[in-house]
Write a protein that binds this ligand. Structure first.
Ligand code: FES
Length: 371
């Protein structure tokens, strides 16, 4: 296997603590059992080691990264080291004082999440009253001279509001809007029957996005990521396992993607126990699904295997029970029927298909109950 390149994109998941309780959160279901968060000094070491390995972009996320009082210090060090720095936030805790401090620390980019264009749905989906606060934070981001990047996770419960969501983004002066359909891992997988949109909903949303793109031209860039369940081929997840993406979780576990820790039979290293260089190049966790030597049929002999690299390992495990299987999104997968069954269910109207389990919000209590 060729020597992998450097982990260009470092994601520092500073904490799993979060004031919001989104039902589609990609944090692990068992987040409440997390061990002690890395200290400031430990994070500073991670930043230095990753930069020395060749990382160029550093995202600070969570949970809610504003809950870490040392965020400005970490951003300042990342900036000094030469990273391009992003903050991924719900906006809670991002007041004027901290916004100014982050600006001074050299933060390059803020991505603010909304759950919807209406107070009612935004607050329902996050199980908080945060809609008005997010609008204030959006205005503050503009005042401080940042490009306005809004992120809205799209699913069955808000996809019919896409027109209003785009109008809200225009009104807030967004330069970029990410309409990212939920990916069905972690909490979104648990709540999939509530969240997976119908084909008709997706087609309508797509037409709305295209119409806005035509009308707004270059003024605002709209990214629209559709759910891969509706595709015939899987996504090239993380651009390949252990290829460019390195995430460090709040307790220091190093992972090739946000959710890999759930995969069975695979131990992931902790930054407290070794250097990032050893972790990236030599650990079993990062090497297991690199390249294509691990593939089984039908991936092994597939002429498209270099395009999608077998798809997503986490999805293969969640849907087929085997992380080395072909991603069941692929129509060549023997397990594709599982995806089709979920899609078929999503075509039924809500009042014609009482969900078999209630919507579960991401709370520590629910996490402990489900773990
Ligand atoms: Fe883990 Fe795709 S999300 S490999």
């Amino acid at each position: 296997m060729a020597t992998p390149g450097p982990p260009l994109w470092l994601l520092a998941e500073l904490t799993y603590r979060c004031p919001l309780h989104c039902a589609f959160c990609y944090n692990p279901i068992d987040f409440a059992d997390g061990k002690q968060e890395l200290s400031t000094e430990e994070w500073l070491r991670v930043l230095r080691e990753a930069r020395a390995l060749g990382s160029v972009q550093c995202g600070f996320s969570g949970g809610e990264p504003m809950l870490r009082a040392d965020l400005e210090r970490l951003v300042g060090e990342a900036h000094r080291l030469g990273y391009y720095t992003n903050l991924l936030t719900s906006g809670v805790g991002l007041d004027e004082r901290r916004m100014a401090a982050l600006r001074t620390s050299g933060l390059d980019h803020i991505q603010l999440s909304f759950q919807d264009s209406t107070r009612e749905v935004n607050d329902f989906l996050s199980s908080t009253r945060t809609f008005d606060l997010k609008r204030k934070v959006a205005a503050s981001i503009k005042r401080h001279g940042y490009p306005m990047v809004l992120n809205v996770v799209i699913h069955r419960l808000n996809i019919d509001h896409v027109d209003r969501i785009i109008a809200m983004a225009v009104e807030l002066g967004a330069e970029y809007l990410e309409l990212a359909n939920a990916q069905y891992y972690a909490w979104a997988h648990r709540n999939r029957e509530h969240l997976l949109p119908s084909r008709e909903q997706l087609q309508r949303a797509d037409a709305v996005v295209e119409d806005w793109r035509r009308r707004s031209g270059e003024a605002m860039r709209i990214y629209h990521v559709v759910p891969d369940y509706y595709e015939a081929r899987p996504k090239r997840c993380m651009n390949g396992w252990g290829s460019v993406f390195l995430t460090v979780t709040p307790d220091g576990t190093a992972l090739p993607c946000h959710t890999a820790r759930m995969l069975p039979g695979l131990a992931f290293p902790n930054v407290r126990d070794g250097s990032l260089r050893e972790i990236w190049y030599a650990s079993e966790g990062f090497n297991r699904y690199r390249g294509d030597g691990w593939m089984k049929e039908p991936c092994r002999s597939c002429p498209e295997k270099t395009l999608d690299l077998g798809g997503c390992r986490c999805q293969a495990y969640l849907l087929a029970g085997d992380p080395a299987a072909a991603d069941p999104v692929c129509t060549r997968s023997p397990e594709r029927a599982r995806v089709d069954a979920a899609i078929e269910r999503a075509q039924q109207p809500d009042d014609g298909r009482p969900p078999s389990q209630p919507l579960v919000f991401r709370t520590p209590k629910a996490s402990r109950a489900l773990a």
